[in-house]
Design a binder for this molecule. Structure first.
Ligand code: PLP
Length: 424
């Protein structure tokens, strides 16, 4: 037999083999138990081994697992689209199913550009975004991502879409404090639009709470209202990348609901299939679909496995499970409890500079000196060390931070399944 190798994230590391998962815990084949305090990658939102989801997938697989989207539709896909529009705010009624968050944001990018083309405005092809952001690993999604570490190898292939500062209050570029900051970071968007020209900008994309690149950086109240107004005033679509925050991760279905902002297009992923099946979605509002319906009537995107019934059945069961068990109702109280406990931990350890986030998407940022917020030297690889030590002690954390020298330091995300109990 020839040697075979599974390509793992770090090729010189060994990873424990997980045998099974139950609720908030994972168990490896040596019987070691891990508290999944990060829901994997903020994905296993309802915990592991939930019988209702397994049953729904089994039932679907007995009927049919795959039909090709260009030839057929399926009951699972139709019902999922219907249930999604019932669950989402505003006129977000058109669901395009894909398989990963990267595909969802990249599809959003394409739809935004197509929207303007169908309206006869061919020059609007740029998508603005923020430094300190992550929208995915495929080249279009990476072009929109303000994540220097993940961009580095591919810079010649990427558009430079990240333009403005993030609402990173802990390291405010203007040395201001909310709520009296005047949202100067949001107003940078106005300046960028003037510089580039609204005629060239199709959309602005943002993660409501900055996840992988920053470690649960949550904006001050009023920030997104300001952003949305600037977009509307300049004829620029607003895309909310709710891949990490959607499906109740911060309490409501969309994090944007905290601020009563309805995006023109939204990208969903992660918690949508909750880890049971790869599925993500780009959900488009009626008014964005309108010129496409009047025009070409075809969205120029799609993947072989888009809208496959197996994944749609899983996502449908996840939505039903959230509803039947009223899971989202308890997110806020669990968040307050966990955040208080993390604040207590912060008081004990001087290297924890900031505790932040929204709902059950919380983050800790580590600093060498809390008073000056000076980050640890990158060579210390502190985030890696914390995550590794956590795993050795049976607690799973999600590493974050964009590796921007002096801007975004070391951070971890704590985002347990929404079903976690206070005792756990
Ligand atoms: N958008 C956000 C906000 C994310 O957090 C991620 C992944 O971490 C993505 C997009 C990309 O999703 P995926 O890894 O499923 O392609």
């Amino acid at each position: 037999m020839r040697p075979s190798y599974l390509i793992k994230p770090a090729l010189d590391e060994s990873y424990p083999e997980i045998d099974y998962g139950k609720g908030t815990y994972l168990f490896d084949k040596d019987g070691k138990k891990y508290l999944d305090a990060a829901s994997g990658a903020v994905t296993a939102n309802i915990g592991h081994g939930v019988p209702e989801i397994i049953l729904a997938m089994h039932e679907q697989s007995k009927r049919v697992s795959f039909v090709y989207r260009s030839q057929f539709t399926s009951e699972a896909a139709e019902k999922l689209a219907e249930k999604l529009s019932d669950s989402l705010p505003g006129d977000l009624n058109w669901s395009f199913f894909v398989n990963s968050g990267s595909e969802a944001t990249e599809t959003a990018l394409k739809i935004a550009i197509q929207y303007w083309q169908e309206k006869g405005v061919k020059s609007k092809t740029k998508i603005l975004s923020r430094w300190v952001s992550y929208h995915g690993i495929t080249l279009g999604a990476l072009s929109m991502s303000g994540h220097p570490g993940r961009r580095a190898r591919f810079v010649p292939l990427l558009e430079e879409f990240p333009t403005i500062s993030p609402p990173y209050c802990y390291r405010c570029p203007y040395q201001k404090s909310a709520p009296d900051c005047g949202y100067l970071c949001a107003k940078e968007l106005e300046g960028a639009i003037k510089r580039i020209g609204a005629d060239h900008i199709a959309a602005f994309i943002a993660e409501p709470v900055i996840g992988a690149a920053g470690g649960a950086i949550s904006p001050p109240e009023g920030y997104y209202e300001t952003i949305k107004k600037i977009c509307d005033d300049n004829n620029i679509l607003f895309i909310a990348d709710e891949v990490m925050t959607g499906f109740g991760r911060t309490g409501p279905m969309l994090a944007m609901e905290h601020w009563n902002v309805i995006p023109d297009i939204v990208a969903l992923g992660k918690g949508m299939g909750a880890g049971y099946a790869p599925i993500a979605a780009t959900v488009v509002s009626d008014h964005v679909m309108e010129p496409i319906l009047k025009g070409s009537k075809v969205i120029m995107s799609g993947h072989t496995l888009s809208a496959n019934p197996q994944s749609c059945a899983a996502a449908l069961a996840v939505l039903q499970y959230l509803e039947d068990n009223q899971i989202l109702n308890d997110v806020e109280s669990k968040s307050v409890y966990l955040k208080n406990r993390l604040d207590q931990v912060k008081n004990k350890f001087s290297f924890i500079g900031d505790v932040r986030g929204k709902g059950l998407l919380l983050g800790l940022e580590f600093v060498k000196l809390p008073a000056s917020k000076i980050p640890f030297d990158q060579s210390v690889k502190l985030t890696e060390l914390v995550v590794k030590t956590g795993r050795e002690h049976g607690i799973l954390l999600y590493p974050a931070g964009a590796g921007l020298d002096g801007l975004s330091g070391d951070a971890v995300i704590i985002a347990p399944p929404l079903t976690i109990t206070k005792r756990e």
